[in-house]
Design a protein around this ligand. Structure first.
Ligand code: ACM
Length: 266
């Protein structure tokens, strides 16, 4: 079974400077030795939009825009897979999305299901299912930032066969890094959370400080690596994907087969 190198790239985007943010991310990817890498939520634009109009102006097509093209180019060059958060425009709709690209180009887009706070004023609610895709020996699924607080998101990906959850984020609350340990334990999957650092205060009095602490967690809850809260940094670790295919935790317990769906309210 595949051993692959998984990585997060923790960045410090400058709001509205898409070209700079993307080229900076590409340099960091190029310096990495990784098979699968994750960039933060909205890594190309920054986070705190003042209006839906402003977000629409910076958003792009997920398949054929500049962000997607540049990431696909480096993914082909480096024979790797990349998940990255971006603002996506579809007609009059704007989504907080994550794309997955691989050596053969665009693979998938996931649109954030659970919008956080003011995102509800900016973005349309995601309408793509939680899906699993092949990524060079691993099965991967995407969720975005605040989706962590809804265990159904990670559970759905795990039940659909994900080995690794790719989790672009812009975390501002302190709980997610620890909570993702539980998401991994309860589903026996790996998770790569890529967060950003820095602050934004584009709306007066609404200063956001992004907490960094990007991390890679193993199916048994081990923190394989975790970044600090201040610096842009990237880290890759080798993982054994087969660990995520073992859902037995004792000879008599299988975390999926033991579910008591007859006792859960939906
Ligand atoms: C978040 O979902 N960006 C907190």
């Amino acid at each position: 079974m595949a051993r692959i190198k998984a990585a997060f790239i923790q960045t410090r985007p400058v709001f509205g400077e898409t070209g700079k943010n993307v080229e900076d991310a590409l340099k960091r990817i190029d310096a990495l030795d990784a098979d699968v890498a994750v960039l933060p939520e909205l890594f190309s634009t920054g986070y705190q939009f003042r209006s839906k109009k402003e977000a629409a102006a910076l958003a792009e097509d997920a398949r054929m825009g500049y962000v997607s093209d540049r990431l696909a180019e480096i993914a082909a060059d480096r024979k790797m897979h990349i998940a990255a958060g971006m603002a996506e425009r579809v007609g009059r709709k704007v989504y907080n999305s994550s794309i997955l690209v691989g050596p053969r180009g665009f693979i998938a887009v996931y649109r954030k299901a659970h919008l956080f706070w003011d995102e509800k004023k900016i973005f349309d609610k995601g309408d793509t299912p939680f899906e699993v895709h092949d990524a060079g020996g691993a099965r991967v699924g995407m969720m975005i930032c605040f989706d962590w607080l809804f265990p159904e998101a990670a559970r759905t990906l795990a039940l659909k066969g994900a080995d690794i959850i790719l989790h672009p984020s812009n975390l501002v609350l302190p709980h997610c890094p620890q909570a993702m340990i539980t998401r991994c334990l309860e589903n026996r999957v790996f998770a790569v959370t890529a967060n950003r650092v820095g602050t934004e205060e584009r709306i007066q009095g609404r200063r956001l400080r992004f907490i960094g602490q990007s991390q890679i967690i193993a199916p048994d809850g081990r923190i394989l690596c975790r970044a600090g809260s201040v610096r842009a940094e990237a880290k890759a670790v080798e993982i054994d994907v087969s660990e995520a295919r073992k859902k037995k935790i004792t000879p008599l317990n299988d975390i999926f087969r033991d579910r008591r769906r007859d006792m859960y309210e939906l």
